[in-house]
Ligand binder design. Structure first.
Ligand code: PPS
Length: 354
């Protein structure tokens, strides 16, 4: 199958598929690669790929684009608050972030619905969907339609690279790209992949490092994702953020966002947003992108409980450099070699080191 983005869909087969399934039992529905790029996604992506590629973005849209675990949620919470609740008084501010800032390709991770079938009435995404587009069929891509019909200005999340999004994206609207030290991404993504039942990673940490280096984790190559954005960094509609900079100087970075977004916030508002979006406060509010939820009095377990108890939930540590507590010298050497080969060629510098 060929997508309108020009990518060929190649389902994972044979030993590669078996290995993925053994280590990630959550991928029982299989995986696909998109060539060129080796982007790794679920087969459900095929149902939304062309509509995402042809998505009608608006001038007022703001897209937060990142590879997984780079600080998407943090950036979404900052930007949503800047755009909608600079005085921290918006009544919706406690709703889960993905119901305020839709995740355009989230249907690729959602259970498939038959036409006319509806999700459980308590599913927070379905609650948001019914409010935003009450007459639409959720089986036709609930998250994509939620994104399409969301009131302006839309703040859209994606982990897709530029090459799978609308080719006119940057010429139409603003994009914020967040990058993070790959070693911290590995640690954070390893936790996430164990935490979430939809991945359910059961392999070792060492194997997970290797999956990352081989571009075999869901979404595919981090370096290529970053390269596609880095090449566009001088476009007036692209704003680049490093997680490490946001951590080291949140006020400075939020001021840059204020200028990029033309939100013209006061110093008191900016200070308030820094505090409100600190790791401590976001963890305490816990309106994470993923959560267990109640359905007719029964808890739907999206998260692995033992992982939550032992290693924490979505808001794990929120630090730069935690990889030092997890990596062996051998892993460190391997990743350094990978950085040398892939990231150094981009002319991109992680100023706090890797
Ligand atoms: S996801 O699931 O891919 O969308 O995850 P993403 O939001 O991109 O990244 C999750 C990591 O960001 C940390 N986080 C924060 N760090 C600092 N400050 C704030 N406010 C904050 N909010 C989330 C989150 O804890 C994950 O990183 P780790 O290193 O695992 O703690």
């Amino acid at each position: 199958m060929k997508l309108q983005s020009g990518h060929e869909v190649v389902p994972l087969e044979g030993s590669e598929k078996e290995k993925q399934l053994k280590d990630f039992p959550g991928y029982a529905g299989g995986l696909i690669r998109l060539m060129p790029g080796r982007w790794l996604l679920t087969p459900m992506f095929q149902t939304v790929a062309d509509r995402i590629y042809n998505f009608q973005h608006k001038k007022s849209d703001v897209v937060v684009m990142t590879w997984p675990k780079c600080g998407t949620t943090w950036t979404q919470e900052i930007v949503w608050t800047m755009m909608n609740s600079p005085d921290l008084d918006h009544p919706d501010s406690r709703l889960p972030i993905l119901t305020r800032s839709p995740f355009i390709e989230n249907d690729t991770f959602a259970p498939a619905l038959k036409p006319g079938e509806v999700p459980p009435s308590d599913d927070p995404f379905y609650v948001a969907f019914k409010k935003v587009c009450p007459n639409k069929d959720p089986a036709d891509g609930m998250h994509l339609q939620l994104t399409k019909h969301f009131p302006d200005p839309r703040l859209i999340k994606t982990h897709l690279p530029f090459s799978l999004m609308s080719p006119s994206l940057l010429d139409t609207c603003k994009v914020i790209y967040v990058a993070r030290n790959p070693k911290d991404i590995i640690v954070s993504f390893h936790h996430h992949s164990r935490l979430m039942k939809l991945h359910n990673y059961v392999g070792s940490f060492a194997d997970f490092v290797q999956y990352f280096l081989d571009d075999d984790l869901i979404y595919g190559p981090y370096w290529l994702h970053l390269k596609e954005a880095w090449e566009r960094r001088n476009h007036k509609n692209l704003h680049f953020i490093f997680y490490e900079d946001l951590k080291a100087n949140p006020l400075g970075e939020i001021k840059k966002l204020d200028a990029f977004l033309n939100t013209e916030l006061t110093d008191a508002q900016l200070d308030g947003i820094v505090k409100y979006t600190s790791f401590k406060e976001m963890r305490a509010r816990n309106n994470a992108p993923i959560f267990n939820y109640e359905q007719e009095g029964v808890t739907v377990e999206v998260l692995n409980d033992e992982v939550v108890k032992k290693d924490g939930g979505f808001f794990r540590k929120g630090e730069s450099g935690d990889w030092k507590n997890k990596f062996t010298p051998e892993m460190d050497a391997k990743v350094n070699q990978w950085v040398q080969k892939n990231l150094n060629n981009l002319g991109l510098e992680f100023k706090y080191g890797i």
